[in-house]
Design a protein around this ligand. Structure first.
Ligand SMILES: [Zn+2]
Ligand SMILES: [Zn+2]
Length: 247
């Protein structure tokens, strides 16, 4: 019994010797695995209230009650709610690039857990957790889908089902940069399809960054067409436009 009790501790000590704990952001040596150093913590901008109750866009000023941003008021998105842990800036971009290209897939576990804790109301309502998929050719080049790893960590933290292959990206979409709203939506409209049963279920869609929202909206539309009761969107970071106003 004594051995069984101390085994996790021994294993962790062994792991620490093999892989000394390093800051998830800058790589500085730390006391524990899966942490950020104080300097990296202080650089990250966490999104809290006030924000748009629909898309989660942060507002600069405090408001009372339910409030929608001008964009959601003009054109309600096809998902029920979207929430993000961080503002997409230099500090969060470093984290995402490390996760995506820097072989730091170990970042996904702690970041996904933080995402799940950040939006408990979305996670509680969801029955299945689904990543925004990569096209097969990109998946082959990168070997893994960072959004699928985040989705797995969110599902684990919330004890929900993870379905990494439920959504398929069957068309490789060109980069979205420089396109206007209509062009972006046309660009991704026919790129996704659903391979699984979502009828009557609430789906939590996970991605690394919410930029224009066109990708999340395209996924939410195909999931809705396939019969999903609702789609919630949870991302690690999002682009926040200064001056976005509440109505
Ligand atoms: Zn650091
Ligand atoms: Zn909004």
């Amino acid at each position: 019994m004594e051995l069984a009790r101390s085994l996790p501790g021994l294993l962790r000590q062994g792991l620490d010797l093999l892989l000394p704990p390093r800051c998830l952001g800058c790589g500085a040596l730390l006391a524990d695995q899966g942490r950020l150093c104080a300097a990296c913590w202080s650089e990250l901008v966490f999104i809290g209230e006030p924000s748009c109750t629909r898309c989660g866009h942060p507002f600069e000023h405090s408001l009372s009650g339910n409030s929608l941003c001008a964009r959601c008021m003009a054109r309600p998105p096809p998902y029920r709610r979207a929430r993000s842990l961080l503002v997409y800036d230099d500090a969060s971009r470093r984290l995402i690039l490390a996760l995506k290209h820097g072989d730091r897939t170990d970042l996904a576990g702690p970041l996904g857990t933080m995402m799940a804790r950040h939006a408990p109301e979305l996670v509680q309502d969801a029955e299945i957790v689904v990543p925004v998929p990569l096209h097969r050719s990109r998946l082959l080049a990168r070997r893994f889908n960072q959004s699928a790893l985040l989705a797995r960590a969110v599902a684990r933290a919330a004890d929900r089902q993870w379905h990494p292959l439920l959504l398929i990206r069957h068309r490789r979409t060109p980069r979205q940069g420089g396109l206007n709203y209509r062009q972006r939506h046309a660009n991704v409209r026919a790129a996704f399809s659903v391979r699984g049963d979502v009828a009557g279920r609430t789906v939590l869609l996970v991605d690394d960054v919410l930029t224009t929202g066109a990708t999340a909206e395209a996924c939410a539309r195909v999931l809705g067409k396939a019969g999903a009761r609702a789609v919630e969107v949870l991302t690690l970071a999002r682009v926040a436009t200064p001056g976005q106003i509440a109505i």
